[in-house]
Design a binder for this molecule. Structure first.
Ligand SMILES: [Ca+2]
Ligand SMILES: [Ca+2]
Ligand SMILES: [Ca+2]
Length: 200
């Protein structure tokens, strides 16, 4: 299942892209869209849009976005992309995240990741909001208190993703405070990404 809608309480991680992912990348997107807005990044490669569609839409069973080999393409894997986003491998980033092998970690790789989202034998069921409120969204996504909402906070969400906070989830990760760590929390993390006094 693709994370089609940002508000899905059924576990879709929504539009996962960091909001500062670059002017060429902004806006909500979904797996079906495929309309990667062209790469405006200077010096970028040609691999936009089309390459991403080739990468995951086919029937290849290999979960190339399961970077950590956990058996599920989930937020742990997304955190790998986030850490090197919009970087060339020559400068930064984890080579595993360059899913289309063009030397950059960017939107094209993200699209491939999205197409594989939550596939794998070890993906666990995702909880739904327990109070039906959807939360006020007033809490900071700086769940580790570092002073910046960054990939480290996404790690906290990843560790609890899909869980009721009464079962396996961290209360800190439940940013929306609806008792469940799911796509709604990820959406808030995204909205606050790279905000905070300690952000570079
Ligand atoms: Ca994984
Ligand atoms: Ca790439
Ligand atoms: Ca933080």
């Amino acid at each position: 299942m693709a994370p089609a809608t940002a508000g899905s309480s059924a576990g879709g991680a929504g539009a996962l892209i960091p909001s500062d992912g670059g002017d060429a990348h902004g806006g909500a997107m979904n797996a079906q869209g495929g309309a990667a807005q062209g790469g405006e990044r200077s010096g970028g490669g040609a691999a936009n849009g089309g390459a991403a569609n080739e990468g995951g839409a086919g029937g290849d069973s290999a979960l190339t976005a399961d970077f950590d080999g956990s058996g599920c393409v989930d937020l742990h894997d997304y955190a790998v992309i986030v850490r090197g986003f919009d970087c060339s491998l020559a400068n930064c980033g984890d080579p595993r995240a360059d899913l289309n092998h063009d030397g950059w970690i960017d939107f094209s790789d993200y699209l491939i990741y999205v197409q594989q989202w939550y596939q794998g034998p070890n993906c666990r069921a995702v909880c739904e909001a327990t109070d039906g409120q959807g939360g006020a969204g007033g809490r900071s996504a700086d769940v580790d208190g570092s002073g910046c909402v960054d990939a480290d906070d996404l790690d906290v969400l990843a560790a609890s993703y899909g869980c009721l906070t009464t079962e396996c989830g961290s209360p800190n990760a439940d940013i929306v405070e609806d008792g469940c760590v799911n796509g709604a929390d990820v959406d808030l993390w995204r909205d606050q990404f790279m905000q905070g006094p300690s952000c570079p």
